[in-house]
Design a protein around this ligand. Structure first.
Ligand code: 13P
Ligand code: SF4
Length: 304
C-alpha cells in the first residue's frame, strides 16, 4: 500500500478507536506526519496528560511507553513493536543500586529516564537530557549517584562543580560509538557549521560542541538559526531537518548515529497496533508502578 493510503487508513482508525499517536522525534517522517504529539522524551511524558484519548500508540522505545503508562494508567498504551527497547535502559540490575544506597544513604540516586521501570523504582528522581542540569542543581543533596549514562552524567558534573556526582559506567551504544576523530573530521569538513551535540555523546567529543542539548534543544536551535549545522545525534534528525528546511545544510555528525531500536517501527506496525493485530500493550505491576512513578513525578515537579 502507498504511504499516503496507509496514513489515511491510520487516521480513520485513530478516530474510530479514540486513539492518539505519540512519536519520538527520531521516528520516520511518515510517522511524525500523522502523530498527535511529537517531541523528545521529556515532552512525551509531561504533555501526555493533556490528551483525552482512550488509547495511545507510542512510537519510540519501551521505556517511553512504560513511562507513559505510569503517568496515564487509565489509558491503553501500545508499543507497535515489542522488541523496540533502549539497550542503555537495561544496563544496571536494580540490586546493584540498592546495594549502593545501603552503603551510602546520604546520596540521592538520579536516573536518566532511559531506564527500565524496575530501575526507576529504586531511584529518587528521574531526569531527561533536557532537564538533567536544572533538576540536579535543585536537589538538596550534595552527593549524587547518576545512573546509567556516564556521558550525560559527566556533562552535568562539569556544569555543577558544587555537587559531588558519582557516575555509573553506562552509555548509549549508538552515541558513545562516535569517536573524537570523527568529530574533528566533521568540523574540518564543514568549518563554518555550528556543531550541535546530544549529551549522550562521549564527554571527550562534547567538548567541541557549540550547543549541547536534548533532541528538542537541537531541533529548536537548528530550526531557528540560519547557519549550516552538524547534527550530533541520531541521523534521523539531520534527515528531518533537511526535509523541512531544504534551503539549509544539515550534516549528520557520523554515519554510526543510527539507533536500530528507534528505527524498527514503521507505518504498517502503527496500523496493526491500532487495529489490535499487533504491538505490545503495556501492562505494569501495580506496586512496582507506584514505586517507579515517584521519581517521574519528582522529575516533572522539579523540571517544569
Ligand atoms: P531525548 O531525551 O533527547 O529525547 O533522548 C532520548 C534518547 O533516547 C536519545 O538517544
Ligand atoms: Fe537508547 Fe541510544 Fe537508542 Fe536513544 S539512541 S534509544 S539512548 S540506544
Amino acid at each position: 500500500m502507498m504511504t499516503k493510503d496507509l496514513q489515511e487508513q491510520i487516521l480513520k482508525l485513530k478516530k474510530e478507536k479514540d486513539a492518539c499517536i505519540f512519536a519520538h522525534s527520531y521516528q520516520s517522517p511518515d510517522i511524525l506526519e500523522i502523530a498527535d504529539l511529537t517531541g523528545d522524551s521529556f515532552a512525551l511524558s509531561v504533555k501526555a496528560k493533556a490528551y483525552a484519548c482512550k488509547t495511545v500508540i507510542l512510537c519510540g522505545v519501551r521505556f517511553m511507553a512504560e513511562t507513559l503508562k505510569m503517568l496515564c494508567p487509565e489509558k491503553t498504551v501500545v508499543l507497535p513493536v515489542a522488541d523496540a527497547t533502549c539497550p542503555m535502559a537495561e544496563q544496571i540490575a536494580p540490586e546493584r543500586v540498592l546495594a549502593f544506597k545501603k552503603e551510602h544513604p546520604e546520596f540521592a540516586v538520579v536516573a536518566y529516564i532511559n531506564t527500565s521501570t524496575e530501575l526507576k523504582a529504586v531511584c529518587d528522581v528521574c531526569v531527561t537530557s533536557s532537564s538533567a542540569l536544572q533538576i540536579v542543581e535543585k536537589l538538596p543533596q550534595k552527593d549524587i549517584l547518576f545512573i546509567p549514562d556516564k556521558n550525560l552524567g559527566s556533562f552535568v558534573k562539569a556544569k555543577l562543580p558544587q555537587k559531588n556526582i558519582v557516575l555509573w559506567e553506562g552509555f548509549c551504544p549508538v552515541h558513545n560509538a562516535v569517536t573524537l576523530e570523527e568529530v574533528l573530521a566533521a568540523k574540518a569538513a564543514h568549518p563554518s557549521a555550528k556543531l550541535l551535540m546530544h549529551p549522550e555523546l562521549s564527554a571527550d567529543a562534547v567538548r567541541f560542541a557549540d550547543v549541547v542539548g536534548s533532541t528538542a534543544d537541537i531541533l529548536r536551535y537548528a530550526m531557528t538559526h540560519e547557519e549550516d549545522c552538524i547534527i550530533g545525534t541520531e541521523k534521523s534528525i539531520a534527515d528531518y531537518l533537511s526535509l523541512v528546511r531544504p534551503e539549509h545544510r544539515y550534516y549528520p555528525l557520523s554515519k554510526k548515529l543510527m539507533c536500530p531500536d528507534m528505527r524498527i517501527t514503521n507505518l504498517s506496525d502503527v496500523y496493526h497496533a491500532l487495529n489490535g493485530s499487533g504491538g505490545l500493550e503495556i501492562e505494569l505491576d501495580e506496586a512496582l508502578c507506584r514505586q517507579a512513578k515517584r521519581p517521574i513525578d519528582e522529575m516533572i515537579r522539579l523540571g517544569s
